[in-house]
Design a protein around this ligand. Structure first.
Ligand code: SF4
Length: 179
C-alpha cells in the first residue's frame, strides 16, 4: 500500500490488528490520465531527489521515470496550493484538500522489511570532496547522469557545475591527468 504508514499493531501471531495511516496523495490515480499538463503549468520548482539534486522537478510530478502505473503525486511541502494544476486537469483527478485516512485491518502475519536510507553526502564531514566541488558525484548520481531517462538528454555526461560535456582524460602515472 503506497503512501501508507503503520501507526500501531496490537494482538499476537495469527491475529493482529493493524492501524494504518493512508496519506492523502492529492492526485487520484484511478482518474488521472497522466497527460502531464498539470506539471507544465505548476510554477514551483524544487530539487529532484530522484536525480540526486542534479535537476529540478515541479511540486506535482512523477516520482520515478517509467513507473507503472505512471502515477503523479504532489509534494505537500513544496505546493503553494495556487490551483493552476486543478484548472488544467480535464479529469478532475486533483483534490488539493484531500485528507489523510485511518484504516484498521486484521491480518494473520506481518513481514518486516526495513528498507534503506541513502547516505547524504552533504551531511557528513568525511565526504568533504562532495561539498567542495559539484562535479564530484556519487555512483547513484552518476547512474542518473548516464541514464537515457536521466539528468541530461540522451545520457550525455555533462559537468554539473557548468553543464559542459565532460572530457576524457588519460591518467599519466608520473604527471597526473593529461589532455
Ligand atoms: S497547486 Fe501545487 S501542485 Fe498544483 S500547480 Fe500550484 S503549486 Fe503546483
Amino acid at each position: 500500500m503506497p503512501f501508507t504508514e503503520i501507526t500501531s499493531v496490537q494482538g499476537d501471531g495469527g491475529n493482529y490488528k493493524v492501524e494504518l495511516l493512508k496519506k492523502a496523495r492529492l492526485v487520484d490515480p484511478a482518474v488521472c490520465n497522466e497527460m502531464g499538463e498539470c506539471i507544465d503549468v505548476c510554477p514551483v520548482e524544487v530539487e529532484d531527489e530522484f536525480n540526486h539534486g542534479l535537476t529540478k522537478r515541479k511540486a506535482i510530478y512523477q516520482a520515478i521515470p517509467h513507473n507503472t502505473p505512471k502515477m503523479l503525486l504532489i509534494d505537500k511541502q513544496a505546493c503553494t496550493k495556487c490551483g493552476e494544476c486543478v484548472k488544467v486537469c480535464t479529469t478532475n483527478a486533483i483534490n488539493l484538500d484531500a485528507q489523510d485516512e485511518v484504516e484498521t485491518r486484521e491480518v494473520h502475519s506481518i513481514v518486516l522489511a526495513s528498507g534503506v536510507k541513502l547516505y547524504n553526502t552533504r551531511e557528513f564531514e568525511d565526504a568533504k570532496s562532495y561539498a567542495v566541488s559539484p562535479d564530484v558525484v556519487t555512483s547513484l548520481a552518476f547512474e542518473r547522469m548516464m541514464s537515457s531517462s536521466g539528468t541530461y538528454e540522451g545520457g550525455v555526461i555533462k559537468r554539473p557545475s557548468d553543464g559542459k560535456p565532460a572530457k576524457k582524460h588519460r591518467l599519466d602515472p608520473v604527471h597526473g591527468l593529461t589532455e
